[in-house]
Structure formats: C-alpha cells, structure tokens
Write a protein that binds this ligand. Structure first.
Ligand SMILES: *Cc1c(COP(=O)(O)O)cnc(C)c1O
Length: 217
C-alpha cells in the first residue's frame, strides 16, 4: 500500500497541470484530511453537508470546500458562509436559495450546473436542454449573489472506455456551447469531470477539475 502523499504525487503527475485536483474526503476522518493538506492539497470535496460543517472548523482556514453531492434546499444555509464551489446545482429553486443565503452572508457563491450524462437512472442532474433553458431564462438576472462558473458531470460506472470518453466529450461540447452565453452572473471557467477511475480520460477530454477520492486513500 502506498501512502497518501505518494498517491497525491502520482495523481498530480498524471494530471500534469491540466486540471485542479479536488480531494474527495467524504467518510474520511479529520486526521487523514490533515495528511492530504500537508501533501499540498487545498481543495477538499464533501458530499454531505453535515460532514463538511463538522470538519471545516477543525482544519486550516485556507482550504477551499467543494460541495459535490446532491444538495437539499434546506441545507444550503449551513455551508453558505464558507463553501467555495457548489458542484451539484440541478434546479432553479436551489439556485434561488443559494442566492438568498449568499446575500445573507454578503457573498457571491460560485456554482456549477450538474448535468446528467451517464446511461444510468440513478444519477442527479439536468438534461442539456434544461441547462440551456436555465441559463437563457430571465430569472437569473434577479440572482446577484450566485455566479454560474461551469458544469459538472459523472460518467457511467463502466469499464467501457469508449462510452466513458463519449460521455465526457458530450459534456465538453455542451460546456463550449453554453460558455458563450453572455449573462452578468454566468462566467464559465470550470468543467468538473473525472473521478478515481476515469480522471485521466476526463482530463484528455477537457476537464479542468477532477474529483478524486479512493485513489488518494
Ligand atoms: C465520491 C465522489 C467522487 C469521488 O469518487 P472516487 O471514485 O472515490 O474518486 C467524485 N464525485 C462525486 C460527486 C462523489 O460523490
């Protein structure tokens, strides 16, 4: 077994400065998060609000916390004071609540739209058409405390590399189409795709942010 710093070094070599590594620390104890921090990582991803809120005060303040899992409207208030990026926005009503909590905290909260790209029924996310509609709608203009900075997607959990590559390629194509939309609070910079099993494929297909958990621990 290799150590956490060795794993992070190896992953960073494979990313080769093409994307930001978000260390997915869900279910891991705080002592292990400290090892990840000491190895140089400053971007941590959690998928449960309660877990993020418990860990955040126990760790250095310069960590960027990423909400990567499905987010319920009634939980936004707990992470709004500090969250760096919410990857899992899948409805206008959620965006409205993030905006409201952003305003309460005097912040603009960066968000990604989660897009459904996998050929599986269980994953959350918007269809490409729904994402188009959301970004074209006039309601965004009344949400000054959010900023949509890109898209997130999860490929199918399969060994079929061609299928995974096609799904990532489709998401990148959608990203490029939507990135030209000219709205005050839409400024695309981030395409979050790739996990432990497929991050190299994702980076090859244009990912700028990978979310890697098990390959680190
Ligand atoms: C758990 C999780 C990951 C990381 O998965 P690994 O296979 O452990 O790298 C990435 N993204 C999301 C949304 C997750 O829930």
């Amino acid at each position: 077994m290799t150590s956490i710093p060795e794993n992070i070094t190896r992953i960073n070599q494979r990313i080769n400065d093409r994307a930001t590594l978000v260390a997915v620390t869900k279910t891991r104890p705080v002592e292990l998060l400290r090892e990840v921090y000491d190895a140089g990582c400053r971007d941590f991803g959690e998928n449960r609000v309660q877990e993020m809120v418990e860990k955040q005060p126990q760790l250095p303040a310069d960590i960027c916390w990423h909400q990567i899992g499905h987010l319920q409207t009634n939980k936004v208030k707990y992470i709004a004071p500090f969250v760096a990026l919410i990857h899992s926005v899948d409805s206008l009503s959620l965006l409205k609540e993030i905006n409201k909590q952003g305003a309460k905290n005097g912040r603009v909260i960066d968000c990604l739209l989660q897009i459904f790209i996998a050929k599986e029924e269980t994953k959350f996310g918007l269809s490409p058409d729904e994402a188009h509609a959301l970004l074209a709608g006039s309601e965004l203009d009344s949400l000054p405390n959010i900023r949509i900075v890109g898209l997130m997607g999860m490929a199918s959990n399969t060994d079929d590399e061609t299928q995974v590559r096609d799904e990532f390629r489709g998401l990148k194509k959608l990203y490029d189409e939507l990135a030209v939309m000219n709205r005050p609070n839409v400024r695309f910079s981030t395409l979050s795709m790739g996990m432990s099993g497929d991050f190299e494929l994702a980076v090859d297909e244009g990912s700028t942010m990978v979310r890697v958990g098990s390959a680190i621990f």
